[in-house]
Design a protein around this ligand. Structure first.
Ligand code: ZN
Length: 137
């Protein structure tokens, strides 16, 4: 997942994204973190440690996204969106033959409950307006 996408998901969670912003300070290179933390001259990059930003490939991040969607009362719309995405990849499942959708619920859940796919689905839902970012609410 690209940094710009991880930034969108981080801000969806209401958290700050950490990214170096260069600025000039009395002729020396200095940095400011995008979260507002002033790093001053170089070597004070505590906010830019690789661990500072969420990676969105862990079960912890999956859980954070899930909780935030529920908190924002977007769960039903999100699941409907996810089912449509699933059906794009599995067109045969649109058929009502052989028991219809419910027959494929286990397969959907296995696809849906995936620590890599879930953040991608949340990102797409945000981009398509199914889920709103905090600034939009
Ligand atoms: Zn920071």
């Amino acid at each position: 997942m690209k940094d710009e996408d991880r930034k969108i998901l981080t801000e969806f969670l209401g958290e700050k994204w950490h990214e170096r912003i260069w600025r000039d300070e009395i002729g020396k290179p200095a940095t400011l973190c995008s979260c507002g933390f002033d790093e001053g001259v170089l070597n004070l990059c505590v906010h830019l440690d690789a661990a500072a930003n969420r990676t969105f490939d862990t079960w912890e991040d999956f859980g954070k996204l899930r909780d935030k969607i529920v908190e924002k009362e977007g769960w039903n719309w999100f699941v409907i969106f996810a089912i449509k995405e699933f059906q794009k990849e599995h067109p045969v499942l649109k058929s009502e033959e052989g028991g219809g959708w419910y027959r494929f619920e286990p397969e959907f859940l296995q696809w849906f409950v995936d620590e890599d796919r879930f953040p991608e689905l949340v990102l797409e839902a945000i981009k398509e307006g199914v889920l709103k970012n905090p600034e939009a609410n």
